[in-house]
Design a protein around this ligand. Structure first.
Ligand code: IMP
Length: 430
């Protein structure tokens, strides 16, 4: 009987996809509990690079059953595209391997249009959303006019779609954006209805029974802690509960499943962020280009979903400790250690300074980071290529010291470090 929650400890893009893939090899279920196709989870298996946005990356493993939980917002067009992509790679995607919660909300084309129109209207204060309709779909959930997966099973679907599309059209017109034709939306959704209906299920019931029967459940978080609607850098956040406790409402699991849960925080060896918002350890110029890469490699710091260049900086231990607390992390995994190879010095932010005062904790949460300057511990770098190393003892001492420094500062065990993008390029820490 285990629940393991994989959660991003930063601003997303920590490399959760390949970590989920790793643990899914020994899990009965892999379940996503939040967000939608704003997420981009990459897994490299041999020559294949899988870019997943909705379906938990655990589906690439042969046995785990993939669940899209009720806490998600799902764009059926993206889901079907992803199912086809997986099938083209020989992965079985049918209702015996993939189940969608009846309670998950549906993203309509008008949600996407509204997302873009709203962010454009914010002008220089824009959030830099992914434009996937996430915010508007969660808004409609909250104002209780949203369409859920269960509605795809109902003969009332066309009426509901027409009514919601018309209501959002009013908002689009006010924002000087193009309204959508409800009839076109309805005819597309009737196609989706025919294909997706067999996948819709009571996944809360299934997961709860599985847990009680001693099966293992791997919960896959999307985005990262600092993008959480309640605990992130509000308003520069996404619209869902990203953090580990989001698993319970987002999958319909009871708190009995929390006992002895493993909460794995995934964090990069440095820090990145896409879109606007505070970032105390951000670097610019040549230093940033070095951490970001040129975009020539799939692992360079350019968005999987949007292709945007990510902002980059040094690992922020103050925010990492915040993340550890908010999530109740029990362990850490550090990804992309190989990217630091060749740096003479590596900075790790231990505290902030404002005026003459030092802060090791955030004063009013992560939204208010203006004026806080990072205080760095400067560690020695290493030159050795890490890509072929598989044993802790073979890592250069400087790399071991960096991992120990993070572990000491967060008071968390580091379970694993990643030394390259391939599935097996990992080192278990001992
Ligand atoms: P939204 O989720 O599209 O509404 O975007 C809100 C903010 O979250 C923007 O700054 C996005 O760049 C960011 N964001 C959303 N999803 C991800 C993700 O999976 N990785 C990194 N940033 C994300």
């Amino acid at each position: 009987m285990t629940l393991q929650i994989i959660v991003g400890a930063q601003w997303g893009d920590e490399g959760k996809g390949r970590i989920v893939d790793w643990f899914a090899a020994s899990s009965d279920y892999v379940a996503r509990y939040n967000g939608g196709d704003n997420a981009g989870h990459s897994v490299t298996v041999g020559k294949n690079l899988f870019k997943l946005h909705l379906i938990p990356s655990g589906i690439i493993q042969k046995n785990a059953i993939a669940i899209l939980g009720n806490g998600m917002v799902i764009n059926p067009a993206s889901l079907l595209e992803e199912m086809e992509m997986l099938r083209a790679h020989g992965i079985i995607v049918n209702p015996s391997r993939l189940r969608i919660s009846y309670g998950a909300h549906v993203i309509l084309p008008s949600h996407q249009a509204l997302d873009k129109a709203l962010d454009t209207a914010r002008g220089k204060d824009n959030i830099g959303t992914t434009g996937k309709g996430i915010g508007p779909a969660y808004t409609d959930k909250a104002v209780r006019r949203g369409i859920r997966m269960i509605d795809l099973l109902s003969p009332d679907l066309p009426t509901k779609l027409g009514s919601l599309t018309n209501q959002i059209n009013d908002q689009l017109i006010q924002l000087h954006a193009e309204p959508l034709d409800p009839e076109k939306v309805i005819s597309k959704f009737l196609e989706y209805q025919a294909i997706l209906s067999p996948y819709i299920a009571d996944t809360s019931l299934e997961l709860s029974k599985a847990f009680n029967d001693g099966k293992s459940i791997l919960a896959e978080g999307a985005q990262g802690t600092l993008l959480d609607i309640d605990h992130g850098t509000y308003p520069f956040v996404t619209s869902s509960n990203v953090t580990a406790t989001g698993v319970f409402p987002g999958l319909g699991l009871g708190l009995n499943a929390a006992q002895n849960a493993i909460v794995t925080g995934v964090c990069k060896s440095f820090q990145t962020r896409v879109g606007s918002g505070p970032f105390p350890t951000e670097v610019f110029g040549a230093e940033a280009e070095r951490l970001r890469g040129t975009g020539a490699n799939p692992w360079d710091e350019f968005g999987t979903t949007t292709g945007r260049a990510r902002r980059v900086g040094w690992l922020d231990g103050v925010l990492l400790n915040y993340s550890a607390r908010i999530n109740g992390l029990t362990e850490l995994i550090i990804t992309k250690m190989d990217i630091l190879t060749g740096l003479e010095k590596i900075n790790y932010c231990l505290a902030y300074k404002k005026g003459a005062t030092q802060f090791t904790d955030l004063v009013n949460g992560p939204s208010d980071l203006n004026g806080y300057e990072p205080i760095y511990d400067q560690l020695v770098g290493w030159d050795q290529d890490l890509g072929s190393i598989r044993k802790w003892a073979e890592l250069p001492k400087a790399a071991q010291d960096y991992v120990r420094a993070i572990s000491d500062h967060t008071r968390l065990p580091v379970k694993m470090v990643c030394v390259g993008p391939e599935r097996d390029q990992v080192v278990l820490v001992n």
